[in-house]
Design a protein around this ligand. Structure first.
Ligand code: NAD
Length: 344
């Protein structure tokens, strides 16, 4: 996706970073920001000042008493606050002339996301969205082979936690798979969306299923739940000659593929052969090497690099808005269904 970046924000000195929101994920950002090359973590701010001071003391950085005080001391802010606050916190940072990394989803509505993108363009600042599964070694291993799946099945199940119940599971968990599926479909938006979901323990949708159909014929079936007993993060891709299974939690990849036998096959990856009349086809099984890397550390490294060089970030605001657009369409479908069920 194209966004215009110029290089006048490029810098050779370390990027002075701050973190807003040091809950479960924010604390991880603090730890990894401290280890990020070419960055210097200055401090953090959390509305829960007791927590802010405890985390700051643990990592040897300053706890600020207000967001404004933190913004005055840094070049770039990581926004790791609840989704419903992303717009307020990130727009304050962008208006103060800072670069911004925002945890996924970019905001709680497409309009808010568009406004953040506009602000970043007006101020010529880098705006990156935390779609971290893009940096998952399993996805990196598969994306390198540019698969063209016709059917995708995604399952993302988590155990219940009161955190993130400010938004539906579609914005909390399913959005990861929406982003990956858009990336696999070259950022085309689906032409048809069918969805269903229910609130079970929270006031928002806790379990949802969506079927996305793309103009090129690819169909994706996504299921996300935050009330599951057994956590799971898996995706399966079906292409005419291959089946790819990704486990984001492991992380690991399995590829089964079929091709005409021509005598040059690598025997070590052969699983078997099928005779179809005069045609002999070989079935191969491979487990590609997945790199050992910390996905959050990688996305932060990409953000700092984009700030330093003045280049597009690895996950742009436009991509974050595309994922949010699909998530909102899914939620609209679900609320239409819930309303019609209530009426009948
Ligand atoms: P959390 O509830 O554990 O932490 C949020 C923190 O933000 C709390 O400490 C809270 O006091 C603080 N806070 C609230 N409003 C604030 C404000 N206006 N300014 C400063 N601090 C404020 O939540 P979490 O699980 O850490 O999630 C935070 C964000 O990270 C959410 O947007 C969520 O969607 C995202 N997240 C992403 C992933 C991922 O895989 N990328 C995983 C978990 C959470």
């Amino acid at each position: 996706m194209s966004e215009i970046y110029t290089t006048d924000s490029a810098t050779t000195s370390p990027v002075r970073l701050g973190v807003a929101g040091v809950g479960r994920l924010g604390e991880i950002h603090v730890r990894l920001a401290k280890e990020t090359e070419n960055a210097q973590l200055i401090g953090l701010f959390d509305t829960d000042q007791e927590r802010s001071q405890r985390v700051a003391a643990q990592y040897g950085v300053q706890s600020f008493g207000s967001l404004e005080d933190l913004l005055a001391e840094i070049d770039a802010l990581c926004v790791v606050t609840p989704t419903t606050t992303h717009h307020a916190v990130a727009s304050a940072a962008l208006r103060a002339g800072l670069h911004c990394f925002i945890e996924k989803p970019i905001a709680s509505s497409k309009e808010e996301g568009e406004e953040l993108k506009r602000l970043a363009q007006e101020t010529n600042r880098v705006l990156q969205v935390g779609h971290v599964e893009r940096f998952n070694p399993a996805f990196l291993a598969v994306r390198a082979s540019a698969p063209e799946p016709m059917f995708i099945e995604a399952h993302r199940m988590a155990q219940f936690s009161p955190r993130a119940t400010d938004v539906a599971v579609v914005l909390d968990l399913m959005i990861h798979d929406i982003d990956l599926i858009l990336a696999l479909n070259r950022w085309e938006l689906p032409v048809d969306i069918r969805a269903s979901g229910v609130p079970v323990v929270s006031d928002e949708i806790d379990i949802a299923n969506a079927r996305l159909e793309f103009a090129g014929g690819c169909v994706a079936n996504l299921t996300a739940s935050r009330i599951s007993r057994n956590p799971m993060r898996k995706m399966r891709l079906f292409a005419p000659d291959s089946y790819i299974s990704l486990d984001f939690a492991e992380p690991g990849v399995e590829i089964f593929s079929i091709s005409d036998a021509d005598g040059t096959e690598n025997i070590s990856s052969m699983l078997g052969a099928i005779e179809l009349g005069s045609r002999n086809r070989n079935i191969r099984y491979e487990r590609p090497m997945v790199q050992k890397l910390n996905a959050i550390g990688e996305e932060l490294r990409g953000f700092v690099e984009a700030v330093r060089v003045g280049s597009p970030p690895p996950v742009t605001a436009e991509e974050g808005i595309a994922a949010l657009t699909v998530a909102e369409a899914i939620l609209e479908q679900i609320s239409g269904r819930v309303k019609s069920e209530v009426r009948s």
